[in-house]
Write a protein that binds this ligand. Structure first.
Ligand code: ADP
Length: 590
């Protein structure tokens, strides 16, 4: 048995060094200290308990609320040659007993369980007969009522400790926990504050951008077409929006799946599998999708609408680029989103939570309006006060030219006033573009001096411009049965000629990953092998590993072992097939 963590990392995982924080967590755990590890998504939390599992005698118990993740994790461990299993509600009685027999015989290095399992006395009795040196609690923020994803059964975790003959070490792990939630986790699991390992929340491979006052459908369409070989998620706030975006992309020939609570369990599973197995490149979903998805090569996450709070946003956007390669996170903001989210929050079954939820949503709105560094804005929210500008995000790199749109703005504002400040943006846009719509004529708006003032532009275009004016506070929305726009103080200043209005050019979509013929060949081989093995492609090798192969062009087994993410088991299993592709590619180039 190898005891040295670094040797284990190299032999099984194929990595040559620990990342920031991993070494400290592993050292603490191996010294016997209970630990809280707060690391961003993709930071490498799994390694923090998987490496100790290989260095310790017995079976590490991993508590995870995410059933689909358990299967993927166990599949991935098998690919690495590490014996592991899971018990959750998807197992038949027979499978369950089969797994537990092997667990009792000490056959696994890791056993994943759902927290609800710990409510069962008979299960706890079985754990008593196992040798458990370490309990890893994944998604540990679920233990805290202050967190955004409280799970009551997490409160029972400490009960296990009373059952076991020798007290195991506790390792709690989470990606999204404010300092308040961290305190709560430590208190409940009796983890001393000094044993907290919090690495930066920054995700240095993610490029955050907010797109405001632009046509969202056009943006999504352009982006997905430009990046059609890459996997991405598009989050929308409602089922209706998911259906609509899904239909639009399908019509444009994008291979796309969808996921929301209105689909049957079976259909949701089918759609999820299509995305994970790369039968569909794009997933359009509500926030019901994603917990437990550890597909590492998601190259972009686009929020079609503003999400409800920063925790949800960072968690959802953070599903991009787990493999460490550059990935995009766009948030497409429209003022209407604030109303949608407010409406959703007000549906909460627990009214006492509403004020806090509204406050959290306001922070999200601030994010959409900041001109400062977006990554810094996020990590400051999570309690890092010494963050620097990231120099990557849409705001840090914004070089778009500004245009003076004061005259146009005056035309719009004056039209809003002449219409009595009683209508929504669509109607205002129709009047400005000189529409002969029945309602426009009924109200005699064709007699207004502002009628047709912007007739050279389309109504959609003008509506987008109004949207821009709302997002910059030159217009405001009042909520009644229908949202009505009116001119606030700032707008009046523009009408009086005291303030100018500048608008930046449109944000253009970019290509997130460079196209490379050898990478594409390796990717095709990976897909074929994954289909044969019945596992998701990223479980065979990550995109990062394939990119490293392209960079290093290994010829021998030894050289292949120096590629990030190629350990001994994978070398034995897949080395030959990949080397063959690289070799024939080189021959063609020669
Ligand atoms: P998390 O659970 O924190 O979201 P994972 O454990 O899924 O992150 O790790 C994210 C990715 O980083 C995985 O592909 C993993 O194999 C890789 N990884 C983890 N540790 C290292 C390391 N020390 N060197 C290189 N890659 C690593």
């Amino acid at each position: 048995m190898i005891r040295n963590p670094l040797d284990i990392l190299a032999k099984y995982f194929g990595y040559s060094a620990f990342r920031e924080g991993q070494q400290r967590v592993i050292d603490q755990v191996l010294q016997g200290d209970d630990t809280l590890c707060v690391m961003p998504t993709g930071g490498g939390k799994s390694v923090c308990y998987q490496v100790p599992a290989l260095a310790m005698e017995g079976t590490v118990l991993v508590i995870s609320p995410l059933i689909s993740l358990m299967k993927d994790q166990v599949d991935a461990l098998h690919q690495l040659g590490i014996p592991a299993a899971y018990v959750n509600s998807t197992l038949s009685t027979e499978e369950y007993f089969g797994t537990m027999d092997l667990a009792l015989a000490g056959q696994y290095k890791l056993l994943y369980v759902a927290p609800e399992r710990l409510d069962s006395e008979s299960f706890l009795n079985q754990l008593q007969r196992m040798d458990i040196p370490l309990i890893a609690i994944d998604e540990a923020h679920c233990i805290s009522q202050w967190g955004h994803d409280f799970r009551p059964s997490y409160r029972n975790i400490h009960r296990i400790l009373d059952y076991l003959n020798t007290r195991p070490i506790i390792l709690a792990l989470t990606a999204t926990a404010t300092p308040e939630v961290q305190d709560d986790i430590c208190q409940q699991l009796h983890i001393p504050p000094s044993s907290r390992v919090v690495t930066g929340f920054e995700r240095s491979n993610l490029v955050f951008s907010v797109v405001k006052g632009q046509n969202r459908d056009q943006f999504v369409k352009d982006y997905t077409i430009k990046n059609k070989n890459e996997s991405g998620i598009i989050y929308a706030a409602t089922r209706k929006a998911v259906e609509q975006v899904h239909a639009m992309l399908e019509k444009n020939g994008i291979s796309v799946a969808k996921y929301h609570a209105g689909l049957s369990d079976h259909e949701r599973q089918r759609q999820q599998d299509r995305f994970i197995m790369e039968d569909a490149r794009v997933m359009v979903a509500t926030n019901a999708f994603g917990m437990g998805i550890d597909k590492s090569n998601i190259r972009y996450v686009i929020h079609y609408q503003m999400p409800k709070n920063m925790e949800s946003y960072y968690q959802e956007a953070g599903r991009a680029g787990r493999d460490g390669l550059n990935s995009d996170c766009y948030l497409l903001f429209s003022s209407q989103d604030v109303l949608t989210q407010r409406f959703l929050i007000e549906q909460s079954p627990d009214p006492s939570r509403i004020p806090n939820e509204i406050k959290k949503m306001q922070v999200m709105v601030d994010y959409c309006h900041t001109e400062g560094c977006l990554q810094k804005h996020i990590i400051t929210y999570f309690g890092e006060d010494d963050a620097e500008n990231c120099k990557r995000c849409g705001n840090c790199t914004d070089t778009r030219e500004q245009f003076d749109v004061t005259l146009e703005t005056q035309k719009v504002l004056s039209c809003v006033i002449r219409m009595g400040q009683r209508f929504g943006k669509t109607m205002v846009a129709q009047v400005l573009t000189g529409s002969k719509n029945k309602k426009v004529l009924e109200f005699n708006f064709d007699k207004l001096t502002t009628y047709g003032l912007l007739k050279e532009r389309s109504a959609k275009d003008v509506a987008d411009f109004i949207e821009f004016l709302i997002s910059e506070n030159y217009l405001q929305v009042e909520n009644g049965t229908f949202p009505i726009i009116f001119v606030p103080e700032q707008g009046k200043e523009v009408l009086l000629g005291k303030q100018k209005v500048w608008r930046k050019g449109e944000m253009v979509t970019t290509v997130v990953a460079k196209d490379d013929p050898l990478f594409n060949e390796l990717r095709a081989l990976r897909l074929k092998l994954a289909q044969e093995a019945g596992v998701p492609p990223f479980v065979i090798f990550s995109d990062k590993t394939l990119r490293d192969m392209v960079a290093k062009m290994p010829v021998t087994d030894e050289e292949l072992l120096t590629v990030q993410g190629v350990g001994e088991t994978k070398l034995a299993r897949y080395g030959e097939a990949f080397l063959e592709i690289i070799q024939s590619f080189s021959a063609q180039q020669a």
